[in-house]
Design a protein around this ligand. Structure first.
Ligand code: PM9
Length: 484
């Protein structure tokens, strides 16, 4: 049965279009164990061993459950160094669903970002984008470029309910072109379902207009297609004229206006590892193929095993099935709506890959210098074993010129939902844990950074409770806890 059109009959539920064939046991920990684990992890959820985590909402990256068909594909891995047949299957899948001419596989998304930045950006260039993403911006800067945010203002307001908060502001983009000159803008980086804004989509109308404006000035547009399928789902449901189109048709139309894409296949494409760069221009593709052998591997595997490419080719086909994406986003909406009903401040509208707690409103008494989102994610783990992650000042980093911390408008904790992994009952546990903390925000203590790595600091930074801040106690417990 072709489910790509959304033929769900009269059923209104987002219930999963699969049943569970294999389970992975989870370990429950005690509060004392979690206090110790969090202190040892320097109050950074990235530094926790997964064996200490109950429900893992750190990321939706590489954490999907693969289907039986994908696992069967793993057994068909052709591990030839050159010209693996799985590469050609992947090339077909990318061509059919994303439409680009050339495929350069990479080990994951940042491998593709590295290649694109190195072949396109020269020192002094400016790269506009609809909000920064950590690794994307970092590679642009390493190549000598400067990132400029041209997303609409609504994206920076967690309470704005505008349906396409991922849109590019055409006035900001025009002003930038006028200010620096088109010759200093090698390309615009257009992210679908903007991660740092809360998984917020772009409309097709805006994508079309943005690409037209760029192309008028000879500026290329490269899509960050990491969550483009989720974006296509929102276009189908929120943009008039697209309700009867399939997810595949919308995805192909999105890509058709752009010149290529970088892709972390660890998200939409339902695999545990992998990515690619896809390009239409023959000359650029040749440059990327020259460079991929230096950093990733031969141009027919780019850092992946043959079996990984097979799983990805099958995953791409599954990702565009309507029932899959409906259930995926339905589960995220279920979690978000329950939190909204309980009065918990979250970014709205509910996005595609997770729920983003508005830590600034959740913890109005913790100053921004004490990293409220980092503190909230640490406390949530200690209270419940649920692992989330910070998306605020720690993730943004410092101003390169002044060396000062930047305090963005969005100070968020991301509860990212892995695809096809957790049940509705797990979502209920997450809601209960957050609601409890929301009732007693005094359980959360502000943090100071005690170790700051040079690159992408949020991954490895360490923190300690601010000296002099109230040491938090679990209600009814006499022993002071290190956090939460
Ligand atoms: N995103 C995420 O958890 C994993 C690393 S950062 C915590 O959201 C976009 C929009 C991403 C992304 C990764 C990458 C990089 C590029 N663009 O992680 O290198 O969300 O495969 O992709 C993560 P890789």
């Amino acid at each position: 049965m072709d489910l790509s059109h959304g033929h769900t009959g009269s059923r209104r539920s987002w219930a999963e279009p699969y049943k569970i064939k294999m389970v992975e046991h989870l370990r429950m920990t005690t509060h004392e164990e979690r206090v110790r684990a969090m202190a040892e992890a320097g109050f950074n959820t990235f530094l926790l061993p997964s064996s200490e985590v109950y429900i893992d909402l750190l990321t939706d990256s590489g954490t999907s459950a693969m289907s039986d068909r994908q696992w069967a594909g793993i057994m068909l891995g052709d591990e030839a160094y050159a010209g693996s047949r799985n590469y050609f299957h992947l090339e077909d899948a990318v061509h059919s669903h994303y439409g680009y001419k050339h495929l350069i596989p990479t080990h994951q998304g940042r491998g593709a970002e590295h290649l694109l930045s190195q072949i396109c950006i020269k020192s002094g260039d400016v790269v506009p984008g609809n909000m920064y993403f950590t690794t994307t911006k970092h590679h642009q800067e390493l190549a000598g470029g400067t990132f400029r945010d041209v997303i609409i203002d609504e994206a920076h307001d967690p309470q704005s309910t505008f349906p396409f908060k991922g849109n590019v502001c055409l006035q900001k983009l025009s002003r930038l072109i006028e200010e620096v000159g088109a010759e200093r803008i090698p390309y615009l980086s257009l992210e679908t379902n903007v991660n740092m804004a809360g998984g917020q989509p772009c409309s097709l109308e805006n994508i079309r207009e943005t690409c037209a404006l760029c192309h008028e000035h000879g500026i290329a547009v490269f899509l960050d297609a990491t969550r483009a399928v989720e974006n296509a789902y929102f276009i189908k449901h929120r943009e008039s004229g697209y309700e009867d189109k399939t997810i595949s048709e919308i995805l192909l139309e999105v890509c058709s206006y752009t010149d290529g894409c970088t892709m972390s296949a660890k998200k939409d494409s339902l695999v545990n590892i992998g990515g690619f760069l896809a390009l239409n221009d023959d000359h650029l593709a040749e440059e990327a193929r020259n460079l991929v052998v230096v950093y990733e591997g031969l141009h027919t595997y780019g850092g992946m095993a043959g079996r990984d490419m097979e799983a990805m080719a099958i995953g791409i086909g599954e990702s565009v099935q309507y029932d899959h994406i409906h259930a995926r986003i339905g589960q995220v909406e279920y979690l978000g709506n329950r939190l909204i009903e309980a009065g918990v401040p979250i970014v709205q509208p509910i996005g595609g890959h997770g729920i983003f707690l508005d830590a600034a409103r959740f913890l109005p008494d913790i100053p921004r210098e004490q990293f409220p989102a980092q503190a909230l994610s640490a406390a949530l783990y200690v209270e419940s074993g649920v692992r989330a992650m910070e998306r605020g000042a720690v993730s943004v980093g410092r101003d390169h010129e002044t060396g000062e911390n930047i305090y963005p408008k969005l100070e968020l904790v991301r509860l990212t939902i892995p695809r096809r992994v957790y049940t509705q009952a797990h979502m209920d546990v997450v809601v209960e844990s957050i609601v409890e903390l929301h009732r007693e925000p005094e359980r959360v203590v502000g943090l100071e950074m005690t170790y700051e790595p040079k690159h992408l600091r949020f991954f490895q930074a360490r923190f300690a409770p601010v000296v002099g801040a109230e040491v938090l106690r679990r209600s009814g417990q006499s022993e002071p806890a290190a956090c939460g």
